[in-house]
Design a protein around this ligand. Structure first.
Ligand code: MIG
Length: 763
């Protein structure tokens, strides 16, 4: 072949095209990396450890291109540097666009631009045009949908929209014209004429996706800098794409079980011990199941991280243990900004050891956050992460059960941090421009390591900023939403896309953070979020209070009803997390993940599924008491009245204020827990399985819900099969105290099984 030569070395293929050199790596039959060295370090924060599996592939020289073929993918490489990827049946997945881009014509003369700018409009167009700018332009099919990209605003299907990857703290109401939020996850899932694929660009510099806004013929990724480094991911279903992507960037690990319980928070509570205790008492007084109370920034001494104020608290250990006795875990916030204060130990030590990011002239960089003038730990360095992890001991010793990492975009009150501030990229000096998008990731990783080291439990970290792969270390919440109906609506696509992007453990502030909620909005929010993995009501300082009891009846009773529903199904959620820790599939899912061939669900924004079995259709419109529900193929059972519906149709359901439309796929078994005020530490002695339909099978996982002993086999795995004639309960694995009794609830009867000699016998 003319103008193209290549060399194979193990699973890498080095290709010289006319003007470019590429390095292709076959990681697995379904994952291929396309890399071009542009002179930047190759260290990845998203992908850790060896991911290359020994994989057979063929290389063939065709007349005008080189063909690389695995059992699942075909990659054609052309002398003019164009690269096309197909599935094994030659269905196009990701193909380079051959023509020129046609930038949007915004119909503005230079004069008009100046005028618009003078009024404060942003007319800069492309913010990325640096001297290291590059772009990758791909062909777009008429029938192509996009999902993923982490926490972006707007709708489920990202086609026709454009987004930026630059972690941003902007507390204004984030609606669909916001192109960037707190997280950057440059991972796209596509369905091209029904064929699924994934595309992951591993570049931490500021970047941009245009998903068919500029043109119907192409979509593109552009970046301000960095290497060209992307992964094309194949697989026969969207589920397989998510599995492969999380193979690459990591799965959310099995959480502690109590982290799936209800959590109560508000910025301001923690100003005094007395106020927090009052909240705890009220939760119990009103019979509201709850596992966690969060302490926002006010608990600290002058917003100094890893300190506790003394004026309004007795010994924090005594305080935390009091709450623990009432069944509450305590989670405290930690910000990255360290107060510039010569008398403060953390600051002194960080200065002495050179742990803070610096100005180009070598002095420490100072900006402003809550404590006033503050400096930023250089989390890109291993020693700094270790130092931070060691500081977490302070909180673990007090009895704190989880750490909530805020402000780690990083946020700064005194203007943006300049691009050239010196941050480390592991042991190398780098810039803020490069390390910004992984700042939160590295802080979360440090926090994870600290909690693991000192508590020996599965770390519960919640972070606001994240990058691809942060799911290995931390759960996330979506930051400062508002008490607005559009934000309740956005919760569904936002959490679903986060789930598709590896973040299985995510949640929004229930009731809304900023602005004032209403009883109706709060009620619909607790209903709609009832299966959101992170399940926390949180509000901003100064907003209208939104604890469940504030609005009296019927809000309080309805709220309680959904908290109880959540706890009845907590083992279902935990079972889903057990599976997720192996396959990476999210708990809360868009219908398109389970039914990718169903055209009706590509753009469905107001329904979601929990695993494969529950379909949730919350009311997300003010004043609505009926709604349309689309049910995909199969039969569905109404959770409330047991009515059965045939799928592939849209039905109208009544949804008065106390009702969340909820459907169960026919022939499902669900584990059903007894009522509880919080998740207990002791092993449960019984559980119920409910059958919906005529028969079913289910695997149920049980362990101590807290530490890592399950990794040594200390867990039970139950296999339940219900047929027309018989019910079988088998143990696939057991090395943890077993249930003494298992109840199975069928349509017309309840059967008890008792444990006898490690077997379950029907009574
Ligand atoms: O800029 O710590 O998103 O949850 O309550 C405000 C106070 C700083 C932002 C977080 C929010 C938290 C608040 N923080």
């Amino acid at each position: 072949m003319q103008n193209l030569n290549y060399k194979v070395d193990g699973q890498k293929v080095f290709v010289n095209c006319t003007n470019n050199k590429f390095e292709l790596t076959v990681l697995t039959p379904e994952i291929i990396r396309i890399f071009q060295d542009r002179g930047f370090s190759q260290n990845s924060y998203a992908i850790e450890g060896k991911k290359i599996q020994t994989t057979d592939f063929e290389i063939r020289e065709n007349e005008d291109h080189l063909e690389l073929k695995t059992s699942e993918l075909i990659v054609d490489i052309f002398p003019d540097s164009k690269i096309d990827v197909y599935d094994k049946d030659k269905n196009p997945l990701v193909l380079d666009y051959r023509k020129k881009r046609t930038p949007l014509d915004r119909q503005m003369s230079q004069d008009q631009k100046r005028l618009a700018e003078a009024e404060g409009h942003d007319v800069s167009g492309n913010l990325l045009k640096t001297d290291r700018y590059f772009e990758v332009v791909k062909k777009l099919a008429n029938d192509e949908q996009f999902y993923g990209l982490g926490d972006k605003t707007g709708f489920l299907n990202k086609r026709h929209y454009a987004y930026d990857n630059w972690n941003t703290d902007n507390p204004a109401p984030q609606v669909e014209n916001f192109t960037r939020l707190y997280k950057s996850v440059p991972f796209l899932l596509g369905l091209k004429n029904g064929h699924p694929y994934g595309l992951f660009f591993d570049d931490t510099y500021k970047s941009h996706f245009d998903l068919g806004k500029e043109s119907d013929n192409y979509y593109f990724y552009s970046a301000s800098s960095g290497n060209l480094d992307y992964y094309v991911i194949g697989g026969d279903s969207l589920k397989k794409i998510v599995e492969n992507y999380t193979y690459l960037t990591g799965k959310t690990p099995l959480p502690q079980k109590w982290t799936l319980g209800y959590q109560q928070s508000r910025w301001g509570y923690s100003v005094s011990q007395e106020r927090v205790e009052r909240i705890a008492e009220k939760l119990r007084e009103y019979d509201l199941p709850c596992d966690v109370i969060h302490l926002d920034i006010d608990y600290m001494d002058g917003y100094r991280v890893f300190t506790w104020r003394k004026d309004t608290y007795e010994d924090p250990r005594v305080f935390v243990s009091k709450l623990n006795k009432l069944g509450f875990k305590v989670v405290t916030i930690i910000d990255p900004g360290v107060k510039k204060d010569d008398k403060y130990g953390i600051y002194q030590e960080g200065v002495k050891k050179g742990y803070f990011v610096q100005n180009p002239d070598g002095t420490i960089y100072v900006n402003r956050v809550w404590p006033g003038d503050a400096v930023y730990p250089d989390f890109g360095r291993k020693q700094v992460r270790k130092w931070w992890a060691d500081n977490c001991k302070y909180l673990v010793d007090i009895g704190v059960s989880g750490i909530w990492d805020d402000m780690n975009e990083p946020a700064s009150f005194n203007g943006d941090i300049p691009d050239d501030i010196v941050f480390s990229d592991e042991e190398k000096k780098a810039t803020h421009a490069k390390m910004h998008n992984v700042y939160g990731h590295n802080m979360a990783k440090a926090t994870y390591e600290g909690l693991k080291k000192y508590s020996h439990k599965r770390p519960f970290v919640i972070t606001r900023a994240a990058y691809a792969g942060t799911q290995k270390y931390s759960t996330i919440w979506t930051g400062d939403n508002h008490s607005l109906w559009v934000h309740l609506q956005m919760m569904i696509p936002q959490l679903c896309n986060l789930g598709l992007s590896g973040f299985s453990f995510a949640g929004t502030d229930i009731g809304g953070f900023g602005s004032d909620t209403t009883p109706e909005l709060l009620t619909r929010w607790i209903e709609g979020a009832v299966f959101s993995p992170l399940f926390r009501n949180h509000a901003a300082l100064g907003t209208r209070s939104q604890e469940p009891w504030i609005f009296g009846e019927p809000t309080l009773s309805i709220y309680r009803k959904y908290l109880k529903l959540r706890y009845h199904l907590i083992d279902y959620l935990y079972d889903l997390f057990y599976k997720e820790s192996q396959n990476g599939l999210p708990i809360m899912r868009p219908l398109v993940l389970n039914y990718p061939q169903d055209k009706q669900v590509c753009d469905l924004n107001d329904e979601y599924m929990v695993g494969d079995a529950l379909l949730v259709a919350p009311v997300v419109e003010q004043g609505q008491t009926k709604r349309l529900v689309y049910l995909p193929e199969g039969s569905w059972i109404d959770f409330w009245d047991g009515n059965e519906y045939q799928g592939k149709t849209t039905i109208i359901v009544d949804a008065p204020i106390d009702k969340l439309p909820l459907f169960i796929k026919k022939n499902t078994i669900l584990p059903w827990n007894k009522e509880m005020t919080h998740v207990k530490d002791e092993p449960n002695s019984e559980i119920t399985f409910k059958l919906y339909g005529d028969n079913g099978s289910y695997q149920h996982y049980q362990d101590d819900g807290t530490d890592f002993s399950y990794e040594d086999g200390k867990y039970n795995l139950y296999d339940i099969n219900i047929g027309a004639e018989s019910i079988d309960i088998n143990l696939l694995h057991h090395d943890y105290p077993l249930y003494k009794n298992i109840y199975v609830e069928l349509a017309n009867k309840k059967v008890r099984f008792a444990l006898e000699h490690n077997k379950y016998v029907e009574k």
